[in-house]
Design a protein around this ligand. Structure first.
Ligand SMILES: [Zn+2]
Length: 131
């Protein structure tokens, strides 16, 4: 039995959850795998807050669970966004578009649709093929 990995769309090879990544790493330490996972998310958001577009650094960047953990959101890539601590704390445990809509002072259609695409992404399809 071989495991085939089909990459969807134009994305780089990427694991869907932190655990997928950890399970597939032999050389690197869990700590460094976590760091890589976070950095890959930050890079995808171009180191800018997903809500207000502020430029962020390793120090100021925070991970936002797009669907809050308390509402059943998971730590999967498509549920993890990059935002500044100010937006992260004002969003709190609200659902993303309850927080980020036309009444938000920094609302932009372009960023709202990027968030929608992000949530819908399917990067890697794992399939088992007899071999
Ligand atoms: Zn922000």
């Amino acid at each position: 039995m071989h495991i085939r990995v089909d990459l969807m769309k134009h994305e780089l090879p990427m694991f869907h959850t932190e655990n997928d990544l950890l399970q597939n790493l032999v050389v690197t330490s869990p700590k460094s795998a976590r760091k890589k996972f976070r950095e890959s998310i930050f890079e995808s958001w171009e180191w800018r807050c997903m809500y207000c577009d502020e430029a962020l650094t390793e120090i100021t960047a925070t991970i936002d669970h797009i669907k809050p953990k308390v509402k059943g959101g998971h730590s999967t890539r498509n549920n993890m966004g990059l935002c500044c601590s100010k937006c992260n704390s004002s969003k709190g445990s609200q659902l993303v578009f309850d927080y980020y809509n036309k009444s938000h002072p920094c609302y932009s259609e372009a960023r709202a649709s990027k968030i929608k695409e992000w949530i819908d992404q399917h990067l890697v399809v794992w399939s088992l093929t007899p071999g």
